[in-house]
Design a protein around this ligand. Sequence first.
Ligand code: UDP
Ligand code: MG
Length: 315
Amino acid sequence: MAEKVSIVIPIYNEALNLPGLFERLSEALAKFTQSYEVIMVDDGSKDGSYQKILELSKGRPVTAIRLKRNFGQTAALAAGIEQATGSIIVTLDSDLENDPRDIPLLLARCSEGFDVVSGWRRDRWQGAYFTRKLPSVTANWLISTLSGTKLHDYGCTLKAYRAEYLKGVQLYGQMHRFIPAYVAWQGGTVTEVPVSYQPRVHGKSNYGTGRIVRVLLDLVFVVFMYKYLNRPMHFFGGWGVVSILAGVVCGSAVIALRLLGMHNPIVSLPVLAIFFIIIGLQFILFGVIAEMLMRTYYESQGRKPYLVGEVKEVA
Ligand code: UDP
Ligand code: MG
C-alpha cells in the first residue's frame, strides 16, 4: 500500500505517558512500508508535555502542534487533522489506553477499501459492569440505532479514516466520535476491528460519567444536523402546522359546542386553542430563524473551532 498515513495524537497532561507512547509508536512505525507522518497535538498541557514531545521527537518525522489553551480532545484532533497531509488519517489516544502497535490492523482493513476502520476495545471496563460497561454498551447501542451505523465502540479514539472524508468537517463538542456515522451518511464504508486495551497507568481520565449526557446531547444535534441542516423549516414548520391545526380543532370545538348550546366538558379548551396556535406560530418563526442561521453557516466559510498557538516541523 503506497498511501501516506498521518497519525494524529491529542495530548493533555500526559508527560509521564509520552516515553511509553513514543516507544510503542517507534516499534509500530519500524514495520511500516508506506510513508507516514506523526502529528502530536498538545492541547494546552500544564505538565510540560509539549517540551517532552519536542525532546522525544528529535530525529523523527513528528509535527508538534501546541494549542493556545486547553480546547478539549475533539478540538485537538481537529487541529491535527487540519495539519495532516496523508490520504489516510489514524487517530489514537496518548495515555496508552490505545496501543500504536494495533495501527497495522486498521490499515489492513483500509487497504481492503473501507473508508473508516474503528477500533473496538472489547476488554474495556472488565470488573465494572454496572458503573461503566453497561452505560457504555447502552450509549453505543443508542448512537448505533439513531445514526444507523452499528459500532460497538464509538468512544475508541483509535480509528483510521480516509482523509477525503475528514477535510472540511468542523468538529465541535464531543463530536469526533460521530465521524464514522458522518462518513456513512456521506456514502462511505465503515467497519470495526477488535483492538487491545490497557487501563491508564499514569494520570487519570479527563472525563467522568457526566460525559455520557454531553455525548447524547451532541448526538441529538448531529442527527438533527444530518437530517435537517439543509431544511430546518421542514422540521420546525412541520410541527408548527401540526400545532396550529390542533389549535383550530380545539377552537372549532368550542364554537360548535356554543352554537349547539352544549356544555363544554373541558374547561380549558379555549385556552388550549390559543395555546396551540401561538406555539405553532412560534415554531414557524423559529423555522425562519433556523433557515437564516443555516444560510450563515454555509456562506461564512473558513472558520475554525480552535486557535493554533504554534506549528513546528521537528526535524
Ligand atoms: N485529551 C485532550 N484534551 C483534553 C482531554 C483529553 O487532548 O481536554 C486527550 C488525552 O491526553 C488522551 C485522550 O484525549 O490522549 C483521551 O482522554 P482521556 O484519557 O482523559 O479520556 P478517556 O480515555 O477516559 O475517554
Ligand atoms: Mg484515556
